[in-house]
Design a protein around this ligand. Structure first.
Ligand code: HDD
Length: 677
């Protein structure tokens, strides 16, 4: 083992099967001459049971599916590596966090939570962000989400929450949607959901790209250093491209245009060599400060505001390789919060404790038995030796004559992990002292369900607040039972009265006159308005062209934008060529919702084309930068846009101005409420 980013790929190499030049065989390796016709008695006679090839094919097909994940069923994965900036030995003895020369291989799976495997990517939902670090001390799994808070505080409520958000049990409707009665019934009965509800209805729930979303470990975990000293830690992934979202109307249209929108985006970026990157950051809290907050560190419905405890960047992850087989790698990867390495330990967060049980348990049914850690994607690069053997699909042939520890027959092997009294590299549970009676009772320190929901609301930019109110109106607008809407509004009053009133108005309700007064505190780090907006790297720009386009001008603008990292596609009414330009996409088979920005470079021809007009209007409605070359003006005028914010006219510094408009991500200052794109 060389301990670098390629360790995992080297290990996987022995499992890869190349079909090139191969001949068709059965599963037993017997060559097959005909796989198109069953073995039968005569050409029109009955099929014979002895046709082992037919039976094998049908049997294998019948058993192709494994149970989809009960949550996070739809996901996409990629390989990469992680490298720490400087040693964190002061806080943790985790080897991969102490040696800056190490490049630890990783596999990440991004996912939605509620939908089935075949559901659309761009639904309103939490995104999973699960990372497996193949460290030389064993696998470490950081199984996080793109939101830092969870809807419930105790794992015993997980089944209830998931049943509430999943399709309703009588008719299995709606698919991958939170906008229905059972979720909001759960919410109104369980106000600990309120902080999470704010995140779920914010733009965080509709990320532009997996590459442009944050990740959070959610729980407070514990670092433990070589001396056994513990430090509380929260994990944050921050994308170098900034945190950006789609807009709701766009989301609805993407679902039809490209249900694989986020999956495709990740795949294509990696294929192009535009490797996504995240910085890993930690919030560190000395154990002596455990009780110095106005919330409980063990409560997964709370954040530690970054302004209170700053996020310290500790390293970077780069994803640089797509899987080769979706089922073998992305579907069979098995994460578990209990997969920790020396130097990282748990806290008594009751949600985390339940998770530590659930993940292993679910893999046993999903992957068919206890040997799933031997599936190539799950294999540690660290050596594995123990007496846990047998069970379905054992791949190893253990040679020792004993399968118990301690033994004298096999030289005592495998021996204790401690070599000559040296504890380094050995997992040692943190020796926390715990005292108490056995009770089923939530700590009073978990009681404030509104304070941080208010903090989140106060931290948002005006446009983010507008989106959140609109989202709640949409969601509750799909709830059939009026009393559920009323109850949710009654809870919102304790978050912010203005918020509650706006939502209530949309529902034809009146918010109760009094609630908990807004405490006025905010955390600017929570607003996406404060995300970096300085790059157009990997942004997709559609050039609307036709036969009258100026090929020279189009070519030079395209070259300039591509040199800054953008991806430009020429969209025209027909495939083939438009003048001397090669068309990438046909207009009627495309849509502005698949792009970040539009450049109008078509001649007069498109002013009467409904697809082109919709393209421009939707781009404007969705806040996207629109640039216009001289001969594109007629189309811009024909589109009848209600403003010019974020519209870049020809003239000096055209490319620079367009670049800045695209880098801004969206132009939410447009008044588009009355514009029916
Ligand atoms: Fe979970 C999958 C994230 C609470 C039980 N969870 C799963 C995945 C992610 C998360 C990203 C997908 C992993 C993959 O890509 O394969 N889950 C979270 C976060 C939570 C959380 C961030 C709270 C902080 N989960 C949670 C609780 C329980 C579970 C409280 C049960 C008590 N989660 C599961 C599971 C899943 C799962 C049933 C389904 C498939 C799987 O594990 O492998 O065990």
């Amino acid at each position: 083992m060389t301990n670098d980013a390629d360790d995992k790929q080297r290990q996987l190499e022995q499992y890869r099967v190349d079909m090139e030049g191969s001949r068709l065989t059965t599963d037993q390796g017997v060559r097959v001459d005909d796989t198109d016709n069953s073995l039968s008695v005569g050409e029109r006679g009955p099929t014979l049971l002895e046709d082992f090839h037919l039976r094998e094919k049908i049997t294998r097909f019948d058993h192709e599916r494994i149970p989809e994940r009960v949550v996070h069923a739809r996901g996409s994965g990629a390989y990469g590596f992680f490298q720490v900036y400087e040693s964190l030995a002061e806080y943790t003895c985790a080897d991969f966090l102490c040696d800056p020369s190490l490049r630890t291989p990783t596999f990440v799976r991004f996912s939605t939570v509620a939908g089935s495997r075949g559901s659309a990517d761009t639904v309103r939902d939490v995104r999973g962000f699960a990372t497996k670090f193949y460290t030389r001390q064993g696998n470490y799994d950081l199984v996080g989400n793109n939101m830092p808070v969870f809807p419930i505080q105790d794992g015993i409520k997980f089944l209830d929450f998931v049943h509430a958000v999943k399709p309703e049990p009588h008719n299995e409707i709606p698919q991958a949607q939170s906008a229905h009665d059972t979720l909001y019934d759960f919410v109104q009965m369980q106000p600990e959901t309120m902080h999470f509800l704010m995140w779920l209805n914010s733009d965080r729930a509709i990320p532009r790209s997996f590459r442009m979303m944050q990740g959070f470990g959610v729980h407070t975990f514990r670092f433990v250093n070589a001396e056994g000293r513990g430090t509380f830690v929260k994990f944050h992934w921050k994308p170098t491209l900034g945190t950006h979202s789609l807009v709701w109307d766009e989301v609805l249209r993407i679902q039809g245009n490209d249900p694989d929108f986020n999956r495709r985006d990740l795949w294509e970026a990696i294929e192009r060599g535009a490797y996504p990157e995240w910085e890993l950051g930690v919030q560190l809290v000395p154990e002596s400060d455990e009780h110095n907050f106005d919330f409980d560190l063990l409560d997964a419905t709370k954040i530690i505001p970054e302004e209170v405890v700053p996020v310290r960047p500790i390293g970077k992850m780069t994803l640089n390789r797509n899987p080769e087989n979706f089922f073998a790698e992305t579907e069979q990867v098995a994460f578990c919060t209990a997969n920790v390495v020396p130097g990282i330990d748990f806290t008594n967060d009751p949600l985390l404790q339940a998770r530590n049980f659930s993940y292993l348990d679910t893999q046993l049914i999903r992957l068919g038995g206890p040997n799933f850690p031997q599936i190539p994607i799950n294999r540690p690069v660290a050596p594995v030796h123990n007496d846990q053997r047998d069970g379905y699909h054992q791949h190893m042939i253990h040679q020792s004559r004993t399968s118990y520890t301690k033994n004298s027959i096999s030289g005592g092997c495998p021996m204790s992990g401690i070599v000559s009294g040296d504890m380094s590299g050995v997992f040692k549970h943190y020796t926390e002292r715990v005292d108490g009676n056995k009770i089923r009772k939530r700590s009073p320190s978990f009681e404030d369900h509104y304070g941080q929901a208010t903090l989140f609301w106060n931290s948002l930019a005006d446009w983010e607040k507008e989106h959140l109110v609109a989202a709640l109106k949409f969601e509750l607008g799909h709830v059939e039972r009026r009393y559920i809407k009323e109850k949710v509004v009654e809870h919102l009053v304790h978050v912010d009265h203005g918020l509650a009133s706006q939502v209530a108005e949309g529902l034809g309700l009146t918010a109760p006159p009094t609630g908990t007064p807004n405490h006025g505190r905010s955390s600017p780090a929570l607003s996406q308005a404060n995300a970096p907006r300085d790059s157009i790297a990997t942004r997709k720009i559609a050039f609307l062209i036709d036969d009258g386009s100026d090929a020279g001008e189009v070519g030079s603008v395209r070259d300039a934008l591509q040199s800054r990292g953008a991806i430009c596609e020429l969209v025209a009414p027909h495939e083939g060529t438009a003048g001397s330009l090669t068309v990438d996409r046909q207009l009627s088979a495309s849509s502005s919702v698949l792009y970040d920005a539009v450049l109008l470079a078509a001649g007069e021809g498109l002013t009467g084309d409904g697809y082109a007009l919709t393209f421009v209007r939707e781009a404007f409605k969705h806040g996207k930068a629109i640039a216009v070359l001289e001969n594109g003006r007629p189309l811009l005028d024909a589109a009848g846009l209600p403003g010019r914010q974020g519209v870049v006219e020809p003239g000096d510094g055209f490319v620079d101005r367009f670049t800045a408009a695209v880098a801004a991500h969206r132009h939410y200052d447009r008044d588009v409420a009355g514009f029916p794109a």
